[in-house]
Design a protein around this ligand. Structure first.
Ligand SMILES: *[C@@H]1O[C@H](CO)[C@@H](O)[C@H](O)[C@H]1NC(C)=O
Ligand SMILES: *[C@@H]1O[C@H](CO)[C@@H](O)[C@H](O)[C@H]1NC(C)=O
Length: 257
């Protein structure tokens, strides 16, 4: 009995020890695991290099201590909300040469302070939410995208005032202003955010002109109608046989003469 007991407790503790060992390995492994298709190297911070890895989306299992993240030359189509939010040490993010079309409003949440370089060049970005780059300190490269130049983009570029270089490189593929297309955004001095106001002003003017014309035509019609009535009334009065009207008639004749 005693022997069996001893054996049982021993095997149990061995089992527990083994389990915790396995758990420890698993934990350690997941903490520094390199995402599939990427190369990870420690060179004054974790360098996660996933260039040319046929990625269709940004890996969700990026190590939290990633400092440099190369995701360029893949087929990534979008940057979802808060995808980098745990990467508090991220300094360089290269998403160049992908097919990114959409960037969510809170895409860069969590890395606003740490990020120093953001490369979004050579993608398919037409527009971004006006708050997407808010509070982002990074120098951003946004050239070679089919930008649609409108009020939103103007506001976005204003939030990137420290990024003159990037704002300069924005070429309008399309624009709310016809003459803008194919030109650098900053070369156009028009305030794109005041255009809608101008069109409402114009609509207002047209409506007011319409009302004015209606009022005038009504007045003209009214006056004519009254003239007609007055003439008829006068004729009626003249046709009345009256003896007292004689001096009046004489007066009339004298004025005619
Ligand atoms: C990061 O790793 C890649 C691939 O190993 C390498 O080409 C690149 O130079 C490294 N970047 C830095 C800043 O060390
Ligand atoms: C990002 O990657 C592209 C393509 O590999 C490269 O040309 C560019 O210089 C990189 N940008 C930065 C900021 O390192």
């Amino acid at each position: 009995m005693n022997l069996v007991d001893l054996w049982l407790t021993r095997s149990l503790s061995m089992c527990l020890l083994f389990q915790s060992f396995v758990l420890m390995i698993l934990c350690f492994h997941s903490a520094s695991m390199c995402p599939k298709g990427c190369l990870c190297s420690h060179l004054g911070g974790l360098n996660v290099s996933c260039s040319n890895a046929n990625l269709k989306e940004i890996p969700k299992d990026l190590p939290p201590d990633t400092t440099l993240l190369y995701l360029d030359s893949n087929q990534i189509t979008s940057i979802p909300n808060e995808i980098f939010k745990d990467l508090h040490q991220l300094k360089v993010l290269n998403l160049s040469k992908n097919i990114i079309e959409s960037i969510d409003e809170h895409a860069f949440k969590g890395v606003e302070e740490s990020l120093q370089t953001l490369d979004l060049s050579d993608n398919r970005i037409k527009t971004v939410h006006k708050n997407t780059f808010n509070n982002l300190r990074a120098r951003a490269r946004i050239a070679n995208n089919p930008w649609h130049c409108d009020c939103t983009l103007q506001q976005v570029l204003k939030t990137m005032v420290s990024n003159h270089e990037s704002a300069n490189s924005v070429i309008c593929k399309t624009s709310v202003l016809e003459e803008h297309t194919g030109r650098s955004f900053l070369k156009a001095d028009a305030d794109l955010c005041n255009l809608p106001k101008k069109t409402t002003d114009y609509a207002m003017l047209v409506t007011m002109f319409g009302w004015f014309t209606m009022v005038i035509s009504y007045v003209v019609y009214y006056v004519r109608q009254n003239q007609e009535d007055a003439r008829r009334h006068l004729e009626y009065l003249k046709s009345l046989p009256s003896k007292q009207r004689k001096p009046d008639e004489a007066d009339d004749i004298s004025t005619v003469v």
